[in-house]
Design a protein around this ligand. Structure first.
Ligand SMILES: Nc1ncnc2c1ncn2[C@@H]1O[C@H](COP(=O)(O)OP(=O)(O)OP(=O)(O)O)[C@@H](O)[C@H]1O
Length: 225
């Protein structure tokens, strides 16, 4: 089932009187269960592509159909509902709330969807390997563990797609590796679609497909395994 379809997707930034075309006509379809890595040099438009596909940034030309509806046609409340039920985000910075425990951080996110029971929250923490630390505060956890909490937060409302922007960008090699293995497990076991921006071509082997970007275009689209 196709979940995302971008057609001639374009994004232009205006800075004072200058225009900067950042996405220059991208055609792309993503089916449920794919794990797509987006790689390419700095400034090639990877984050802008992720943000426009997920509705975080408006596009300026072409179209994006997300779950069978053109993103521009979603009302604000439909968009908010879609964001809290159907998609999840993971960023380079973990953005946990520092004075809430791991458990409370997840509970708070679950309220945005349908509030979850204690056992559902502990189950998702178990899935990402951090159940034992549910009463810790973020500062008591390593970066890798904090990213696991952020992934649990993205998962708690059972999203169909996770959008991840450089999710291991601030982790050391070992923690980065284990987060990539976790993404692969989630993709395979939950069939959740993952779309991930990465600087590091080595990480593309965890996914099923790699898009190579250069100067606002996808120059190569290949299966990763
Ligand atoms: N809000 C903005 N206003 C103006 N230009 C922007 C804005 N956001 C991004 N850009 C420009 O768009 C281009 C693409 O940025 P983008 O962040 O999508 O690239 P990227 O491939 O993700 O880069 P990186 O790997 O460095 O994060 C860059 O030249 C950037 O300076």
């Amino acid at each position: 089932m196709t979940q995302i379809k971008a057609t001639n997707l374009q994004k232009v930034y205006h800075v004072e009187k200058l225009t900067y075309p950042v996405l220059k006509g991208i055609d792309l379809s993503v089916k449920q269960g794919e794990f797509v890595s987006i790689c390419g040099p700095s400034g090639s438009g990877k984050t802008t592509l992720l943000y426009t596909l997920s509705g975080l940034e408006p596009y300026t030309g072409g179209s994006v159909v997300l779950f069978d509806k053109e993103l521009n046609l979603y009302t604000d409340s439909e968009k908010a509902k879609m964001r809290s039920h159907d998609i999840g985000f993971v960023f380079q910075m973990f953005n946990l709330i520092p004075n809430l425990t791991v458990y409370e951080n997840i509970l708070l996110s679950s309220v945005l969807g349908t509030q979850k029971s204690k056992s559902e929250i502990l189950d998702v923490l178990d899935l990402v390997g951090i159940k034992e630390n549910n009463d810790y505060y973020p500062y008591q956890l390593s970066g890798g563990m904090q990213q696991r909490v952020a992934i649990a937060r993205a998962l708690i409302n059972h999203p169909k797609i996770i959008f991840a922007d450089e999710p291991i960008g601030s982790l050391d090699y070992k923690n980065g590796l284990s987060i990539m293995q976790l993404f692969k497990k989630l993709n395979q076991e939950l069939n959740v679609t993952i779309i991930m921006v990465t600087h590091n071509e080595d990480t593309t082997k965890y996914g099923t497909r790699t898009l190579h970007m250069l100067d606002g275009k996808v120059i190569k689209d290949e299966n990763s395994n």
